[in-house]
Design a binder for this molecule. Sequence first.
Ligand SMILES: *Cc1c(COP(=O)(O)O)cnc(C)c1O
Length: 355
Amino acid sequence: MKKYNFNAGPSILPQETIDNTIKAIQNFSGTGLSLMEVSHRSKEFQAVIDEAEALFKELLNIPEGYSVLFLGGGASLEFCMVPYNLLEKKAAYLNTGTWANKALKEAKLFGEAIEVASSKDANYSYIPKGYTIPADADYFHITTNNTIFGTEIHEDMDSPVTLVADMSSDIFSRPVDVSKYGLIYGGAQKNLAPAGVTFVIVKDDILGKVSRTIPTMLDYRTHIKDGSMFNTPPVVPIYAALQTLKWLKALGGVEVMYKMNKEKAALLYAEIDRNKLFKGTAAQEDRSLMNICFVMNDEYKDLEGDFYKFATEKGMVGIKGHRSVGGFRASTYNALPKEAVEALVACMQEFEKQH
Ligand SMILES: *Cc1c(COP(=O)(O)O)cnc(C)c1O
């Protein structure tokens, strides 16, 4: 039976990414060796990382003065590297969910880190609005897409201080005005590559302003200077990321992807709103295009397990909601075809007819 992969992360990748990476694992770039057994300093791999960096810059329209890095440690290590490199007196955080919270918690280890606004009062079902970003903060940190709660900041905001964003789960899903950000980071395993590589887009001139000593590996300047090759980078995930970037470019780039993502999300949200059995959990205007959360309507609560079983039998994979929200979550990342959303919608309609 055909499987539809709605996993939240690690998650679906383009078939081309998987196929091309398999080929390179068998014979990398005509070397007769596996991608896993060649030097990261070989000219063949240097070409891979150079092209990945160039495509990052091209696809996201990254202005001059920014560096693109491929690091280890996941987005979670960035929670620590960001304050290590940027927090001198005070940092400001927007608390929009589990990951935002973890980032804030880490910053508090380094100095004053304040929560500017939070949507914890309603289980993070909306994005706070009408707050003021403190002008005396070293930076303001946001999580553009809240993978667990299914909310998303849809616009690139203006910030009076350096804007830092965790874009783990919505990078390349829409055009981004990178010039509004000082630093953007994320784990690759949601929309780009298998787990193991972390991308960082950093404006060079925001660095070198803190007085603390930064361990070499945690200093962004180390990795800028050595082109992400201070130590051995995650070679296989970087290769896979390049395949996804090429796939994205061939499809027409982030504008086209954004249009497709909006169509997929609209289809599923429309069904959630129409179907008597289900309701969405996120505030309408803040609904994520990447992670679509829904629960059973109150009077059908006890059908939750049945629907999960029904959908699983029809090939839906990874639709169980995170335990902090419950219900269901369908992740509709770039690589998920519209056909998968149509299959899920058909499943919801069929289940409704039975009840
Ligand atoms: C998954 C996720 C993380 C954690 O990423 P790791 O690479 O596992 O550390 C952080 N932030 C967001 C928004 C995520 O979706």
